[in-house]
Design a protein around this ligand. Structure first.
Ligand code: HEC
Length: 375
């Protein structure tokens, strides 16, 4: 079955399972934290989670706290969590997201609106408004970097679908620090058939830092700036590296709409120190997508996306290279901390030496759980 058909089947499967797209996948803008406070006391949440959301003492709660037991006053732990993840756990109980069964299911006892009110109240335990909210951590596109500072490990591979055989895998580690910052390391590993002999090696590794300049959940927008260095670790003679250190910088702006449609944009430049051996270039990447959550927005998340990738060398007579990348991301683990994405990268113009590629990644949000947790 060709890739286009896989894509189509996935999209049809998505629509045929009674998917809804609520506001930000179940984020309720009109929830009432005051009503939630009362429910928190009356429904027994307080006896386990404590009056301040930090957890009741063991003698009162009567259970051993799991290592993942939430402290709702810790903004660094709670702000990356999306409301739909909380709602899933409250409606269906801990095991629904691979958590402990000590956390009971309240879907029978409480209405959907009451649970929204409860979540609005849980959100008041973190008192700082400065933290970017997890709803703005949009599904990662294949090429376009997102604005949200994430804790992720990604293995991203591109395999040539025509022309000379070859493949390239990026091992990417991203880690947050402080409220708004993230550092990242990206090491590419390449294999190419060059005149019927396979060569392999590392490419130019990237070390960089990203910082959120603006984020607002109500308007659904987030803006970040990035600065980094590409180190000439790749073999230039084999075509695996540029042979010079390159400064990379970009701005990323993402917009989430209340229909769970989103657009991610990234605009930047690559500025080699030795422009005699590698040209300066500009890039502009855009990803447009739409998320669909199974089970009224609380279950498995399917996100078809379409990317436009533009690159242009800053030399005279240079042309802008365009690529199109249709793809679909899906959450794999129940906790949604393991995700996969599969697509096709299609050069739209200037196709000599630029091949069609099958592209895919596996992503692990390691703050949300170990690899073997959350299934
Ligand atoms: C019997 C004790 C108990 C009661 C009652 C209880 N919880 Fe929990 N809850 C837990 C435990 C234990 C966990 C952690 C599970 C884990 O990490 O494996 C948890 C986890 C959660 C989480 C998941 C947080 C995350 O990290 O994703 C939310 C949200 C939550 N509870 C909300 C509530 C609300 C709201 C109520 C009241 C309607 C409630 N709980 C009642 C014990 C309880």
């Amino acid at each position: 079955m060709c890739l286009k058909n896989v894509f189509l089947v996935a999209v049809i499967a998505t629509f045929s399972q009674g998917f809804v797209h609520a506001q930000y996948l179940g984020y309720a803008f009109h929830a009432d934290a005051k009503k939630g406070e009362q429910l928190y006391r009356e429904s027994g949440c307080k006896s386990c989670h404590g009056p301040d959301g930090r957890g009741a003492p063991k003698a009162i709660a009567g259970f051993e706290q799991p290592s993942t037991f939430p402290d709702f006053s810790k903004c660094d732990q709670t702000t990356p969590e999306v409301n739909s993840a909380y709602k899933d756990v409250i409606v269906h109980g801990g095991p629904s997201r691979g958590f402990s069964q000590i956390m009971p299911a309240f879907g029978e006892a409480l209405s959907s609106e009451q649970i929204d009110d409860l979540i609005a109240y849980l959100r008041t335990f973190c008192t700082s408004r400065r933290w970017p909210r997890g709803e703005l951590n949009l599904p990662r596109a294949m090429v376009t970097e997102k604005a949200y500072p994430e804790d992720e490990v990604v293995l991203s591979t591109a395999v040539n679908a025509n022309g000379a055989p070859g493949n390239e895998t990026h091992i990417i580690h991203e880690q947050r620090f402080g409220v708004n910052n993230q550092i990242e390391v990206d090491v590419p590993i390449e294999f190419q058939d060059q005149n019927r002999v396979w060569y392999g090696g590392v490419g130019d590794a990237t070390l960089g830092a990203k910082r959120v300049m603006y984020s607002n959940l109500d308007s659904g927008s987030i803006l970040s700036l990035f600065g980094g260095l590409l180190i000439p670790s790749g073999n230039r003679a084999r075509g695996f590296g540029s042979g010079t250190t390159t400064f990379e910088t970009f701005a990323a702006f993402d917009q989430l709409f209340k229909s769970d449609t989103f657009i991610q944009t990234q605009f930047g430049a690559e500025l080699p120190f030795h422009t005699s051996i590698a040209p300066q270039s500009l890039f502009f990447n855009t990803a447009i997508g739409q998320s669909f959550g199974a089970n009224h927005g609380l279950g498995r998340l399917w996100t078809p996306m379409f990317e436009f990738i533009a690159n242009r060398d800053l030399s005279t007579a240079a042309k802008t290279d365009w690529d199109l990348v249709p793809q679909i991301q899906v959450t794999i683990s129940h906790r949604q901390h393991i995700r996969g994405d599969l697509g096709l990268r299609i050069p739209a113009n200037d196709t000599t030496g630029r091949q069609k590629q099958i592209v895919f990644y596996l992503l692990w949000d390691w703050q949300d759980g170990k690899l073997n947790e959350g299934w």
